[in-house]
Design a protein. Structure first.
Length: 298
């Protein structure tokens, strides 16, 4: 059938092959660009994994991404500990701080969020504004006053300075996240609870808290990661190596003469990632739900 015949009969010319080429070329370009970005992002990860199986002298002087002769000596040395301190001590200290921080943030931030969201009291708007304003304060501005305070209280070289703020709802971001979630809950639930004779504490514990599970788990994930990776806090407040966390334990691979055991440092850093990855994978679906339902979606 000719073009004139198809036009006369109302049949449109077949233009699919012409439009298919630009789309195919654009799709190929887009995928090639995505693969290039992925290669740039994965390069440090592959380098670290390969470096953990390299001898110490090959890590710095070699340009090879992967080891030519893989060794497992770096991982075997971790069993001997660092400066006569078992590696499990550092992991236990980090786990204690991370779990303690998660419990403190979940309880204190949810209580503060419930007060702002469900209880009408004088000055609520002003206090909420001041709380959000604390997000603008850099951590280093408060560092010296806090250190002086804990020093006068004789709490240096203890875990109290690292955990106390978590139980006082000082993390305004998590309070705001839970507040946004609680504001989305139906008000009829509060009214029904009051008709059944529930007070604020019973309503918070039996009704609001179970419904806020996605926001609570989201806060728990971020808190666990931040506490596990924290370096500045333990560096300032902890003095004894037996109380060091994993982040400070990595620093001990560099001795006073400046000689560094890069292989052991890289191996331990990879092992230190395992608890964070496991914690994230276990609760990642709640992370997406919490961000999507708390008003913080992009």
């Amino acid at each position: 059938m000719s073009l004139a015949t198809r036009t006369a009969t109302g049949t449109r010319p077949d233009t699919a092959p012409r439009n298919r080429r630009p789309r195919t070329a654009g799709s190929i370009a887009w995928h090639l660009g995505a693969l290039a970005v992925l290669a740039v992002l994965l390069y440090p990860v592959v380098w670290v994994i390969g470096g953990s199986f390299k001898p110490n002298d090959e890590i710095v002087g070699s340009l090879n991404l992967l080891p030519t002769d893989p060794v497992t000596e770096n991982y075997r040395r971790l069993a001997d500990g660092i400066a006569d301190i078992p590696v499990s001590t550092f992991f236990g200290n980090s786990l204690f701080l991370a779990v303690g921080s998660v419990i403190g943030v979940v309880l204190s931030s949810s209580l503060a969020a419930y007060a702002f969201a469900k209880i009408g009291f004088a000055g609520r708007g002003l206090l909420f504004t001041l709380m959000i304003g604390t997000l603008l304060l850099p951590y280093h501005v408060l560092l010296i006053p806090q250190y002086v305070l804990f020093q006068k209280l004789e709490l240096i070289n203890t875990y109290t300075p690292l955990l106390l703020g978590k139980y006082l709802a000082t993390d305004a971001f998590f309070v705001f996240l839970m507040l946004q979630f609680m504001r989305g809950l139906p008000k009829e639930l509060d009214e029904a609870a009051r008709l059944d004779g529930c007070g604020h504490l019973r309503t918070y514990w039996s009704i609001v808290l179970p419904l806020c599970r996605p926001a609570l788990i989201t806060s728990a994930i971020f808190t666990f990661i931040n506490a596990w990776n924290d370096f500045m806090g333990p560096l300032i407040y902890l003095n004894e190596p037996e109380k060091y966390t994993v982040s400070l334990g990595l620093k001990m691979f560099v001795d006073q003469d400046g000689v560094a055991n890069y292989g052991g440092m890289i191996a331990m850093s990879l092992v230190a990632l395992l608890p964070v990855i496991a914690f994230f994978l276990a609760f990642q679906r709640y992370l997406i739900d919490g961000m999507a339902t708390s008003g913080l979606k992009g």
